[in-house]
Design a protein around this ligand. Structure first.
Ligand SMILES: [Zn+2]
Length: 155
């Protein structure tokens, strides 16, 4: 398994961190540890795996980040949303979720798709209506809304 790659970009008061690959026991967040920009955002788009050791490493890391920094989680894939929903501490208190992916299914095409949603577009834990990009029919949300969107209660 390839180790987690971390790309960081610093723009004055902002730190943008892109995570690529799997978050596991070998994941090393040293590169961004100790940084204390006012606003810190994490991009999870390219995270394809996370295991229990990785969850522990992540929680240790996120707890070590300065309390006064504003933290945002962006482009969270389904595996990350599941951790946020289930694992206490994965989502740091006071942080924000900017955007994430949600599973949809088109009955007529029999095709799944992961749709990119902004947290502000989800009202009352109801999946926004989305048309299939291929056939135009309305897709079904492919998870249990009250569960999948439960993290929005934490935001
Ligand atoms: Zn379709």
């Amino acid at each position: 398994m390839k180790r987690l790659a971390i790309n960081k970009q610093i723009l004055q008061d902002e730190l943008h961190v892109e995570l690529i690959g799997s978050i596991d026991e070998d994941s090393d967040f040293k590169e961004v540890q100790g940084l204390a920009q006012k606003s810190i955002s994490f991009d999870f788009k390219e995270v394809n795996m996370i295991n229990s050791c990785g969850i522990r490493e992540w929680i240790k890391f996120i707890e070590s980040m300065p309390e006064k920094s504003t933290i945002t989680y962006n482009n969270c894939p389904q595996i990350i949303i599941e951790q946020i929903n289930m694992v206490h501490g994965f989502f740091r208190k006071g942080a924000t979720i900017g955007s994430f992916y949600a599973p949809y299914f088109c009955e007529s095409c029999q095709k799944e798709s992961k749709e990119h949603l902004k947290a502000i577009d989800v009202k009352n834990r109801k999946a926004p209506k989305i048309e299939c990009p291929k056939c135009g029919s309305e897709m079904d949300f492919d998870a249990i809304e009250s569960q999948y969107f439960s993290f929005l209660g934490k935001v």
